[in-house]
Design a binder for this molecule. Structure first.
Ligand code: ARG
Length: 388
């Protein structure tokens, strides 16, 4: 069932589940049992008349943090209580909403970057009202991301890049690290969306990669951006869906060094790195891929550290996450997780994650969810969009 189809009973049930989960976190100062009862009555009345209920500022804040805590694939969620929550719920009502959204996101980026000491922030825009088009969405997967052209860039961005080119994007260059523009959708039905590009403000902080020992590594001209800001996931809190709620953390080095720049269907740079280190690529049994992978990951951590920009490594984050799981178990709040994601793409068995199991049950009432990009959706073949 899509989030568009949720009926009002589900909404009130999920609101109740959310409040109950909050009650299980006494250190997060939940409302009393009595207050919860009153609040639920209020919620149910509001849902009866409007089809939706409005979160209080405290519910929004705790809810967004809890959604992070529930993200089974995230290794950094021991930091969930530190998430800064920005309330952008009314912004789409302004006549100059696009300028204001750009302003809010620019501010998000600047404050999250914090001169390299990255802070986790989420900006929450208007919720979905059942039966109505989403107030605001973005086409972009992340606020900062590289384009993918036929002969250069990030292959993972090829589809969105051709979409942008088709709707009028004129990039100054088509390089390996050309930043994508932004695109907003305001009150658009899937399949009926108007495609209007916005220019991305020039504020992406980027790190050029160097290797601590091999000076020739810099000649590979590799780089990555400092701030991962997911912009295409839906946030759900107590049944209410926020289709646009961009959030950031800081990178774990392996995301860049063992996936983005290394995967054969991404930047595929291991052969070039092997060459740079004079490794024997004539046989797999020299383990040149493995050795190149380690050197690339050293370069990522070294270069971020040198630039003074927060970055995690899989050993420390792995240990912290395990400590978090132990702490939560002690409170009888077993942390759920997705083993295949919590294990790093490099040296898995050297982290605690490899040696244990996780219950991968996905909490439905409060979490982050994937959603199909609006720019990929075609008009529904039958009926009118109002039946979504
Ligand atoms: N893996 C994605 C990337 O490499 C980013 C996902 C979010 N990562 C994070 N550290 N918060 O761009």
């Amino acid at each position: 069932m899509s989030a568009h189809e949720m009926d009002s009973n589900d909404l009130v049930t999920e609101a109740a589940e959310f409040l109950e989960t909050w009650r299980a976190h006494p250190e997060a100062d939940p409302p009393s049992e009595e207050a919860c009862k009153l609040r639920l009555k209020e919620i149910s009345d509001e849902v009866q008349t409007t089809g939706l209920y409005t979160h209080t500022a405290r519910e929004l804040e705790f809810g967004a943090r809890l959604a992070w805590k529930h993200s089974n694939r995230c290794i950094g969620r021991h930091l969930w209580r530190s998430l800064e929550v920005r309330d952008c719920r009314t912004l789409h009502n302004a006549p100059d909403r696009e300028e204001r959204a750009i302003e809010a996101l620019t501010d998000h980026l600047t404050n999250a970057y914090r001169d390299g000491k990255i802070k986790s922030i989420i900006s929450i825009f208007a919720p979905r009202t059942p039966g109505q088009p989403d107030p605001v969405r973005m086409a972009n997967h992340q606020l900062i991301r590289y384009a993918g052209f036929a002969a250069a860039g990030d292959p993972d961005s090829r589809a969105i890049t051709s979409h942008f080119l088709q709707v009028g994007w004129k990039p100054e260059q088509q390089g390996d690290f050309t930043l994508l523009p932004w695109q907003f959708y305001w009150d658009e039905w899937p399949g009926y969306a108007h495609d209007v590009l916005a220019t991305q403000p020039e504020l992406a902080q980027e790190v050029r990669l160097e290797h601590p020992e091999n000076a020739a590594f810099s000649e590979l001209q590799l780089q990555w951006y400092a701030l991962p800001v997911l912009a295409d996931m839906a946030l759900k809190i107590g049944g209410v869906v926020y289709p646009f709620a961009p959030f950031n953390g800081f990178y774990m080095g392996t995301e860049i060094g063992a996936r983005n720049l290394a995967d054969a269907n991404r930047y595929d740079r291991l052969p070039a790195i092997a060459q740079c280190f004079g490794l024997d690529t004539s046989t797999e049994r020299s383990l040149w891929r493995d050795r190149a992978l380690v050197e690339l990951n050293r370069a990522v951590l070294y270069s971020f550290d040198k630039a003074g920009i927060s970055v995690g490594d899989h050993h420390n984050l792995g240990a912290q996450f395990e400590a978090f799981c132990t702490h939560e178990s002690g409170k009888e709040r077993e942390v759920t997780g997705d083993w295949s994601w919590l294990n790093p793409p490099l040296s898995g068995p050297q982290t605690p994650q490899f040696h244990r199991e996780y219950d991968n049950t996905v909490c439905q009432h409060t979490n982050f969810f994937y959603q199909a990009p609006l720019w990929q959706q075609t008009k529904p073949s039958t009926g009118c969009p109002f039946h979504l």
